[in-house]
Ligand binder design. Structure first.
Ligand code: GLV
Length: 328
């Protein structure tokens, strides 16, 4: 029997491609070309499985054009690029890559919080531009981080990681809001108190967004929510673009309605709202919160493990729709 055919949609570690090649006939995109949707479908048409990243949209139209597709393994914890309902209806299994990136991503969330609150990017640009000619008592004075109130919106694994860093490392008071409240043991571990979204926005000195993107979380932070925040507050988004209304955020930052922001994800990325690009009080990074080589390798290997398990007749490690889908 010939091996299953797999498409790897983006460049990944050569060692992971080599692993996949031990099990599958692999077509990969090691040149990392920007495939159009039509080019993606063209290549996926005859495949049994796909190794995807968060960038490729798998929806009803793609599925209809790829009748032999049985599984898409995302090398990302977020999976808003998957239309899970359409995949379930088509009998296509979806998997993501949770767990392995939790601590790395929480580290980065904290780094963005620190950089935004303590004005690191803005002051570094000033120094590089040769503008630093003397010390001044209030030069680049930022917001206190230790002992302040940290508000976390979305309290999954990464949110809990951010909470632990804040509470245990920086003596912060941690408040959180989530669709469901954590059990008492987890709340105690994170030293976090459950509050309403409004109370969180009004009381936090630093707000970190770590909730998944969905229709329900689209523009969860817009003009009305920003208006509730303290004028001294910082906002950090390590979740997904689209959770924040970037135009409203740029206006709030420009008018100093909040003090600063740290953003790793953007609406319509890799494009960034032009108003954000010209503002000094926002730290901008290109969706790299999970980007350390060991973590990215672990994510890629988990996606590969899911494909290998599935085609050996086993349940993948991190399925998203196994219970609902009548898998092909
Ligand atoms: C990164 O954004 C991920 O979802 O893994």
């Amino acid at each position: 029997m010939s091996p299953p055919k797999i498409l790897v949609t983006r460049a990944v570690f050569p060692a992971v491609i080599a692993r996949l090649e031990q099990h599958f006939e692999v077509e990969s995109n090691q040149d990392d070309e920007n495939w159009s949707r039509a080019q993606l479908i063209e290549r996926l048409r005859d495949k049994d499985g796909a190794f995807t990243t968060g960038s490729e949209r798998i929806d009803a139209a793609v599925l209809a054009a790829c009748p032999s597709l049985k599984i898409c393994a995302n090398m990302a914890v977020g999976y808003n690029n998957f239309d899970i309902d359409a995949m379930t209806a088509a009998g296509v299994l979806a998997t993501n890559a949770p767990g392995v990136l939790t601590e790395t991503t929480a580290d980065f969330g904290f780094a963005l919080l620190m950089a935004a609150a303590r004005r690191m990017a803005e002051s570094e640009h000033y120094l590089r531009a040769g503008k630093w000619d003397k010390w001044r008592y209030d030069m680049f004075a930022g917001a206190e981080v230790h002992g302040s109130t940290l508000g976390i919106l979305g309290m999954g694994r990464i949110g809990q990681g951010v909470a632990r860093r804040g509470a245990l490392g920086f003596g912060m008071k941690v408040v959180y809001h989530n669709r469901s409240r954590l059990d008492a043991a987890l709340e105690a571990q994170c030293q976090a108190t459950y509050v309403s979204k409004e109370e969180l926005l009004m009381s936090a000195d630093h707000v970190v967004l770590v909730l998944p993107y969905s229709h329900a979380s689209h523009h969860a932070i817009g003009a009305a929510e920003l208006a509730l925040m303290k004028p001294t507050a910082t906002l950090v988004n390590i979740a997904r673009g689209g959770i924040v209304d970037d135009a409203a955020l740029a206006a709030a930052l420009r008018d100093k309605r909040i003090a600063a922001a740290g953003l790793d994800v953007f609406e319509g990325e890799p494009r960034v709202h032009p108003d954000l690009l010209s503002l000094p009080n926002v730290v901008l990074t290109p969706h790299i919160a999970s980007a350390t080589l060991p973590t990215r390798l672990a994510m890629a290997n988990l996606a590969a493990d899911n494909l290998i398990a599935f085609f050996s007749g086993k349940m993948p490690l991190t399925p998203l729709n196994a219970a609902q889908a009548a898998i092909k």
